[in-house]
Design a binder for this molecule. Structure first.
Ligand code: PLP
Length: 452
């Protein structure tokens, strides 16, 4: 495509489009990047550049781009039954078959799914469902949900409130009442002089302190991502989850593991909860559920919670597109592909260990203070001083590095000065080599800019 075609799209963007999570003035000054097609782990932009997508879109294209089976599943379902709803005692085969398929891969004892259109809607559903649950059990005062600073649970009113992104809270008086936050297990950024293990215990213990401060009789649930994604691929110290599990066992509150990123194979297990041996009561899911080919989310619910909901009369909650038949057909086919091609097993036994060993090579780079990762997730902390963990002064180097990535045909995301990757689960070893080579190139270019 010609440059004039790109300029045409950019003008349409400026004149008519309000994109998500964007500084409009800054974008309009330079023009948006137009992505026109994709195949496997690669994207092409409107000027014909080939780009390795090390973010799998937005952490979602788990089976990679261009899977005809998913296209076919959608087309077939559109011909047969393009839409019907799940309200008022009706259902349709794709939603029911999908609920069963999810129950088969979910942790033991989680056999029901409430469908939504996105991860944010899933977390809105969580807030509604946990309060409804406690009310049915005769404890309507158990309403408070405890989340974590720098956690991300979506962008709707409930999602933004459950999350702990202070910039989001700053726009419009969030969180809404009844939501509290504790610190995140981000050792590199916040651990100070403590060892990772000491720090993991210290921040986990904040959960117990918070429960006691609020009163157990007022706390409905604790919500957390097994590994924080949008916060910067924050991998908790080994001491963290065991300590949290011990606290959860002592108090009568629900545990919500937000699996929107970790679910469907990202860690090399089906769910992040499997990776850490967690036993959640509710699991919000989205993204990898359909590999991003079509919007869909849901909440997977533990049997004991379902038994209570069964006694609660009507649950006044749902969406026009809950369990949309076309999305459900695509999700079913996506799960079939993940299972039959043993993609999750291959991540665990082959490609994730390879990615992680090559990722660690980057720790030697002069700009990199820490290289960390699990499964198909990786993060690099860019610092001025590797020993003291001193950061660059504002504006940081993350956005600079990200620009070098685009110039060199790589999508890598910047969260402040933390560079993160989350490639499609189907990435092959030679493509991992290419990814690492490009990251190194971009780090070198960034180092030249900032270290001279
Ligand atoms: C852990 C987590 N929960 C919820 C969401 C929100 O999902 P959605 O953007 O589909 O609303 C996200 C999105 O990135 C996420 O990472």
């Amino acid at each position: 495509m010609s440059d004039s075609q790109t300029l045409h799209w950019q003008a349409l963007g400026r004149d008519h489009h309000l994109p998500p999570f964007t500084d409009y003035k800054a974008l309009n000054a330079k023009g948006t990047r137009i992505i026109t097609r994709a195949s496997g782990v690669y994207l092409w932009d409107s000027e014909g550049h080939k780009i390795l997508d090390a973010m799998a879109g937005l952490w979602c294209v788990n089976v990679g781009y261009g899977r005809e089976e998913l296209v076919e599943a959608a087309a077939q379902q559109m011909r047969e039954l393009p839409y019907y709803n799940l309200f008022f005692q009706t259902a349709h085969p794709p939603a029911l078959a999908l609920a069963k398929a999810i129950a088969e891969i979910a942790p033991a004892g989680m056999n029901h799914v409430f469908f939504t259109g996105s991860g944010s809607e899933a977390n809105d559903t969580v807030l509604r469902m946990v309060r409804h649950y406690w009310a049915i059990k005769g404890q309507p005062s158990k309403k408070v949900v405890i989340g974590r600073w720098n956690g991300y649970h979506g962008s709707t009113v409930a999602g933004a409130s459950l999350g702990g992104m202070k910039a989001m809270h700053g726009q419009g008086d969030f969180p809404i009442p009844g939501i509290e936050h504790i610190d995140q297990p981000y050792w590199y950024g916040e651990g100070g002089e403590l060892s990772p293990e000491e720090f993991g215990v210290r921040v986990a213990d904040q959960l117990e302190q918070k429960i006691l401060e609020i009163g157990e009789d007022k706390v409905a649930a604790f919500i957390a991502e097994p590994i924080q994604g949008a916060g910067g691929v924050i991998i908790p110290p080994d001491s963290y989850w065991p300590r949290i599990k011990g606290i959860l066992a002592r108090y009568d509150i629900l545990f919500v593991a937000d699996e929107v990123i970790c679910g469907f194979g990202r860690t090399g297990e089906w769910f992040g909860s499997d990776y850490y041996g967690l036993a959640p009561d509710l699991m919000p899911i989205a993204k990898g559920l359909t590999s991003g080919y079509i919007p869909m989310g849901g909440v997977v619910v533990r049997d004991e919670v379902v038994h209570t909901l069964n006694e609660g009369g009507e649950f006044y909650h749902g969406f026009t597109y809950s369990g949309h038949p076309v999305a459900a057909a695509v999700a079913l086919e996506n799960i079939r592909i993940l299972r039959e091609e043993k993609i999750v097993e291959r991540v665990k036994t082959k490609t994730a260990p390879y990615l992680q060993s090559r990722w660690q090579e980057l720790a030697e780079h002069p700009l990199v203070g820490e290289a960390r990762g699990v499964g198909m997730l990786g993060a690099l902390e860019l610092v001025k001083n590797k020993k003291t963990r001193e950061r660059f002064a504002d504006p940081g180097v993350g956005m600079l590095c990200r620009e070098h990535c685009f110039r060199n045909g790589l999508v890598m995301r910047a969260v402040g000065d933390t560079m993160i990757v989350s490639p499609p689960l189907v990435i092959a070893e030679d493509e991992i080599d290419e990814l690492i080579g490009k990251v190194r190139l971009c780090l070198d270019a960034t180092a030249k800019d900032v270290l001279g």
